[in-house]
Ligand binder design. Structure first.
Ligand SMILES: Cc1cc2nc3c(=O)[nH]c(=O)nc-3n(C[C@H](O)[C@H](O)[C@H](O)COP(=O)(O)O)c2cc1C
Ligand SMILES: C=C(O[C@@H]1CC(C(=O)O)=C[C@@H](OP(=O)(O)O)[C@H]1O)C(=O)O
Length: 390
């Protein structure tokens, strides 16, 4: 499968076209809307989330509740567009009108895409960069992820994400909960974490950052259960599924690093305490005693849960802005203040679930075929029997 997205943060809508979705998959707008609503929640968001009510329109590739195998086109409207029509329309404006637009940006924000994008594409109004670099785009990436999740659940795979850290405050989680329990508990938490005590401290840290005109980042974790052995491949760099997932996580706005399983801790302890011993039973076939490597060896799934973490830097837009340079006057200035979130880690955990789901679903279809669900099921069941007897 593949997809593209289009759309500006304050333009009329966000659009995506997904190609290669197998025929015969049940897909309803409500499956996607449910995920869009999850992304909109989470403590620390700015006022924009009160304006938007993200709902998908399915424009093609689905008939009578089932995919046909044709490209799936999805759109999500920006409600904020009504306030931006005059600034964001496609119609030409005169130089004079352009100069007078109050929303022209000449003061780049440290940490955002403003300056690099302006120099690269030759924009004196950095709004042309901001609009597309905005994480508003993650709305349709979550819509795409919802389709991927539907594919995964047809084959017994479930995905859950939760917040492990916000502003240095850790959420204690020793493991042991089912995916369903993780889903239920994170849904009930304002910061999408599994540790009630940490939740309050995280909210306080977000309040403090906001009060100080500052922002904070954090760490999210995504778990995928039910993957078969052998998704991805060791034979070529761009077929390694762990590398594709790592790329997908870092492609989320503001994400700077990735860990699988015990991750960077592997640098501190010997191999005897890192590698996961192999066991076998008549009923289960091969399995592992532990899952330190987070479900991957050789770029392929081991059949143990995929466990991946991503780190999000603090939001770049600060109400107490850092120093920057006005690109017109070259004078030092405090950077532009745009309306902004103070912390978007909880929302980003939903985005992380989506991009991981997408990569796993792609690898799954590459292995088992991608024309129609029933055929893929037959291939999958045959493979599972084979792997157990191997
Ligand atoms: C869900 C989400 C919401 C975000 N909200 C904001 C925001 O309100 N203000 C802001 O400056 N950056 C926000 N960001 C981060 C920027 O989009 C990001 O830092 C920017 O695109 C530059 O890319 P980079 O940080 O990956 O280098 C958000 C990111 C995510 C994932
Ligand atoms: C719109 C969303 O997030 C936006 C991401 C974002 C950024 O710079 O990344 C900046 C803010 O945009 P605005 O200035 O319009 O409030 C966020 O609200 C969203 O998540 O749907």
């Amino acid at each position: 499968m593949r997809y593209l997205t289009a759309g500006e943060s304050h333009g009329p809508q966000l659009t995506t076209i997904i190609e290669g979705v197998p025929a015969g998959l049940e897909l309803l707008a409500e499956d996607i809307d449910k995920e869009l609503a999850r992304r909109q929640k989470g403590y620390g968001r700015g006022r924009r989330m009160q304006i938007e009510k993200d709902r998908v329109q399915i424009l093609s590739g689905v008939r009578h509740g089932k995919t046909t195998g044709a490209p799936v086109a999805l759109v999500v409207e920006n409600k904020d567009w009504t306030h931006w029509k005059n600034y964001m329309g496609a119609e030409p404006v005169t130089e004079e009108q352009e100069k007078n637009m109050k929303r022209t940006i000449s003061r780049p924000r440290p940490g955002h895409a403003d300056l690099n994008g302006a120099i690269k594409y030759g924009h004196r109004d950095m709004r042309n960069v901001l609009e597309r670099s905005s994480a508003r785009e993650t709305t349709v990436r979550v819509a795409v992820g919802a389709v991927a999740k539907k594919i995964l659940s047809e084959f017994g795979m479930e995905v859950a994400g939760h917040v492990r850290m916000i502003g240095g405050i850790e959420s204690d989680y020793e493991g042991g909960l089912s995916i369903k329990q993780i889903q239920e508990q994170t849904e009930a938490s304002q910061v999408r974490c599994l540790d009630k005590g940490a939740e309050e401290r995280m909210m306080k840290a977000i309040d403090d950052a906001k009060e100080n005109g500052d922002s904070i980042g954090g760490i999210v974790e995504v778990i995928v259960e039910g993957t078969p052995v052998g998704l991805g491949s060791h034979v070529h760099y761009d077929r390694k599924l762990d590398s594709r997932i790592a790329g997908a996580i870092v492609s989320i706005n503001a994400f700077k690093g990735v860990e699988f399983g015990i991750g960077f801790k592997a640098a501190e302890i010997p191999g005897s305490k890192v590698h996961d011993e192999i066991i076998w039973s008549e009923t289960e076939g091969y399995s592992r005693r532990t899952n330190n490597l987070g479900g991957f060896e050789g770029g392929m799934t081991t059949g143990m849960p995929i466990v991946v973490k991503g780190v999000m830097k603090p939001i770049p837009t600060l109400y107490k802005p850092l120093q920057s340079v006005d690109i017109e006057t070259k004078e030092p200035f405090a950077a532009s203040i745009e309306r902004s979130d103070s912390c978007a880690v909880p929302a980003a955990s939903v985005v992380a679930e989506s991009v991981v789901s997408w990569e796993v679903a792609c690898a799954f279809l590459e292995k088992f075929g991608n024309d129609r669900i029933e055929e893929i099921k037959e291939n999958y069941e045959r493979y599972q029997e084979y792997a157990k007897r191997f």
